[in-house]
Design a protein. Structure first.
Length: 455
């Protein structure tokens, strides 16, 4: 089978290095870059936080991404199958398959709520197209957003649409589904983003945004912010969720893993920074607050769009961009599970529909967490989880526990359990640099964060 997979026309493999890069960047670039990154930068004081985040990407995120892509390509299976196969080949315990199971579950839980948030973009697109933001005041914009969250029916509808779009592409398979759609959406996304940055440059407040993003003020940095930065580095690079491992499995042997992973990490980081450069000039130009929080782009930006010339056009571009970004990420979240079921003999169509359906059902609990069940805190008896809804718990469990744990175990596996000669074959001359980092630095850094997070 390994031989077969090398054939150029294999529909279960990316056709080119470019296709892999687009798919991996499609996975990495998502709500994390355009929705979350700007608002956590805003909340954590700007430049110093950005610097710490960049360091986390370079020192911890990138080495682990390389590890995941390498493992996936070496075995060529789903994340569960890959962990089992590589552990066996290395003479290690079958228990390592558990890492594959955990990351698949992580992706699945994230997908269930991610699809709900991604769905928010749809009513915003419709409203933007109809010019519905023109002249909108801040309170009105806040009320619109609150109104959306308060309506289980609306949220469910949009959640259903996003999950449907995700399943549709996933069911089409690697080359005919994922590659075909993602290689069109991603370039479109880059163009849309550049147009928005171009507009932001004319806002008269571009310099202010550059200063905010790039001039570090370390007095604004807290220990908590460092934890947020590392957690976000995992999330934004789609690590410890099987996405990169699953996509790595479809990569041809001749593609250089380290250089390709660096490109993916750079593009992901570039998009996050560009999103900041598109959003903050507008925030500053209209006297809005950068520390607004999760509502930053849904509450704050419409006010600005409503005042600027051509606002409907830019608002439409912006929310379409967000939808594309979230869609290509959702597709990758489903891939760990779909590839596993596929390996077990379930057809891709059945696997995608079945997986999507269960994630959709679980997603309903997130829909309700935002309104009818907002007072329901299932683990409220523990102080740490007081007031946390089911949605909050999914987010907490995946971001603070499952992702760091998955990343830690991956680093331990490649750094201590796998023979360095074997990873050297896959990585070439970069191995000498990568190996000590993933063996010592990455696990220690993750452990430190874990300690502070769970303290
Ligand atoms: N990286 C995506 C984002 O930033 C989220 C993601 C997490 C995608 C895990 C796949 C797997 O939005």
């Amino acid at each position: 089978m390994a031989e077969n997979q090398q054939q150029a026309g294999n529909p279960a493999q990316w056709s080119s290095r470019f296709a892999f890069i687009m798919a991996a960047v499609g996975s990495a670039v998502g709500l994390g870059n355009i929705w979350k990154f700007p608002y956590i930068v805003g909340e954590n004081g700007g430049g110093a936080f950005v610097l710490v985040y960049l360091a986390c990407i370079a020192v911890i995120g990138l080495p682990i991404m390389i590890a995941e892509v390498m493992l996936g390509r070496r075995a060529g299976h789903s994340p569960i199958g890959t962990m089992a196969a590589v552990a066996r080949a290395e003479g290690r315990s079958r228990g390592w398959q558990g890492v594959g199971i955990m990351v698949t579950l992580t992706a699945f839980i994230i997908l269930s709520f991610y699809s709900v948030i991604a769905g928010w973009t749809l009513p915003y697109i419709l409203r933007a197209v109809g010019g519905g933001f023109s002249g909108i005041a801040a309170e009105e914009s806040g009320a619109l957003f609150d109104g959306l969250l308060a309506s289980p029916g609306q949220l469910l509808l949009w959640h259903t649409v996003v999950m449907g779009l995700t399943v549709l592409v996933s069911a089409g398979g690697v080359r005919h589904g994922l590659e075909r759609v993602i290689t069109k959406l991603m370039p479109a996304l880059f163009v849309l983003l550049l147009i928005l940055v171009g507009y932001a440059m004319t806002s008269g407040h571009f310099g202010e945004a550059v200063t905010f993003l790039f001039k570090p003020d370390f007095s604004a940095l807290t220990a908590e912010a460092v934890l947020v930065a590392l957690g976000h580095a995992f999330f934004t690079l789609s690590l410890a969720s099987g996405a990169m491992m699953a996509y790595g499995a479809y990569l041809k042997k001749e593609v250089p893993i380290v250089r390709t992973s660096i490109t993916v990490a750079l593009l992901d980081t570039g998009v996050a920074l560009l999103a900041g450069l598109a959003i903050f000039p507008i925030v500053f130009a209209y006297g809005l607050a950068p520390g607004e929080g999760p509502g930053l782009i849904f509450v704050t930006l419409p006010v600005a769009f409503g005042q600027m010339p051509g606002g409907s056009f830019f608002a439409t571009l912006f929310f379409v961009l967000l939808l594309f970004a979230a869609w290509t990420s959702s597709i990758s979240m489903l891939e760990s599970l779909v590839s596993y079921l596929n390996e077990k003999g379930v057809s891709r169509v059945k696997a995608a529909v079945g997986g999507g359906l269960v994630a959709w059902l679980v997603g309903i609990t997130t829909v309700l967490s935002l309104n009818d069940w907002s007072g329901f805190a299932p683990l409220g008896m523990f102080e740490r989880f007081e007031g946390k809804t089911l949605f909050d718990l999914y987010d907490y469990l995946t971001a603070n526990i499952m992702m760091p744990l998955g990343a830690l175990l991956t680093a331990i596996f490649v750094g201590w359990k796998m023979k360095p000669e074997h990873s050297a074959v896959e990585l070439g001359r970069w191995h000498r640099l990568w190996f000590p980092v993933v063996r010592y630095l990455s696990p220690i850094a993750v452990l430190i964060v874990f300690y502070f997070n769970l303290r």
